[in-house]
Design a protein around this ligand. Structure first.
Ligand code: NAP
Length: 286
């Protein structure tokens, strides 16, 4: 029996154990996938422990994605570009860091037949998820990306840190204001929410990062928040006649890419979706 898991902050829920375990069970791989809540001051010990022969690897989530970088032995080039990892593979005692959020973000765009090449995008938020999304869009050939954030300095920092890595993408920062949205949304083919606004069970559950009247029907609206399935933003976008993508496909696809790194096998994505959707439905009902 081997072990895998997700390292998160204490007190944070994670859906990963549900759908990763379903994938291991479906393929008959003897792995137990666990939730490993870890405080910041316990992160180094936790990561060192991953070198044990019975540990396959881990997913890493908020707030440890950046702090893990100096703790592993080897970093995939994409991790350096994003500045964050979300997957560690224990390769016979050598800990290798990867970022599968990039692939996880792009796969649902492909499924929706959206071509990012040459597109103009607006990213709401400037945290870890926004960094992965900006790099993903650059990898896929986006022409221009505006990063709109409540804290302007954070958006500016993202832009200055990523501008070289995402060349020739035109990357600009803007403060979250109606004026910024008027300008950004008017020309954007893709609007992505990388803030936590809209998340179920938070005081911001009924909030959207974008003014609803500025969502154009030609735009594709992509919300990284996966619970509830229909966030306020997704509702607004549908009402505006825009196409939408929710956050669950990204979560599943990033997990499927991690699964492939650990096992060398294609993940049973349909099984993972089924397991995640029924867990979310049970949570909604309770
Ligand atoms: P993070 O680093 O903590 O960044 C949070 C972002 O949300 C910041 O830009 C922050 O703005 C903004 N924000 C928070 N509260 C806000 C408010 N009340 N009003 C306006 N802006 C607010 O988190 P993250 O890792 O980037 O994750 C962001 C969201 O994406 C989370 O909900 C996470 O669950 C989701 N996510 C989903 C997936 C997926 O697979 N579907 C993957 C990764 C992340 P300030 O800078 O002004 O604080």
């Amino acid at each position: 029996m081997q072990f895998a898991g997700v390292i998160s902050a204490p007190g944070k829920q994670s859906l990963s154990p549900v759908f990763q375990q379903a994938a291991f069970d479906h393929l008959g791989i003897a792995v137990t996938y666990q939730h490993w809540p870890t405080p910041a001051d316990g992160l180094e010990t936790r990561v060192l422990g991953l070198q044990a022969p019975d540990v396959l690897g881990v997913n890493v989530t908020i707030p440890h994605k950046e702090a893990c970088l100096p703790l592993v032995d080897d970093l995939d080039p994409l991790v350096r570009r994003v500045g964050a990892l979300n997957t560690i593979f224990n390769d016979g005692g050598t800990l290798r860091g990867y970022n599968t959020d990039v692939e996880g973000f792009l796969r649902p765009l492909q499924d929706a037949f959206f071509e990012p090449r040459g597109c103009t995008a607006v990213v709401a938020g400037a945290g870890g998820a926004a960094r992965a999304v900006v790099v993903a869009l650059a990898e896929a050939g986006a022409a221009r990306i505006a990063v709109v954030n409540r804290t302007l300095e954070r958006a500016q920092r993202l832009v200055s840190e990523l501008s070289a890595a995402v060349k020739p993408v035109q990357l600009v920062a803007a403060i979250d204001s109606r004026e910024s949205w008027e300008k950004a949304a008017a020309e954007a083919g893709l609007l992505v929410n990388c803030t936590s606004l809209g998340t179920a069970g938070t005081p911001e559950e009924d909030r959207s990062p974008m003014p609803s009247d500025l969502i154009r029907s030609q735009a594709l609206v992509y919300d990284l928040v996966y619970q509830p399935a229909e966030t306020r933003l997704i509702r607004d976008a549908r009402q505006a006649g825009a196409r939408t993508i929710g956050g669950l496909p990204m979560l599943i696809y990033q997990g499927a890419a991690s699964f492939k790194l650990w096992t060398g096998k294609d993940a049973p994505v349909d099984i993972m979706f089924e397991a995640a959707e029924s867990a979310l439905a049970m949570e909604d009902a309770s």
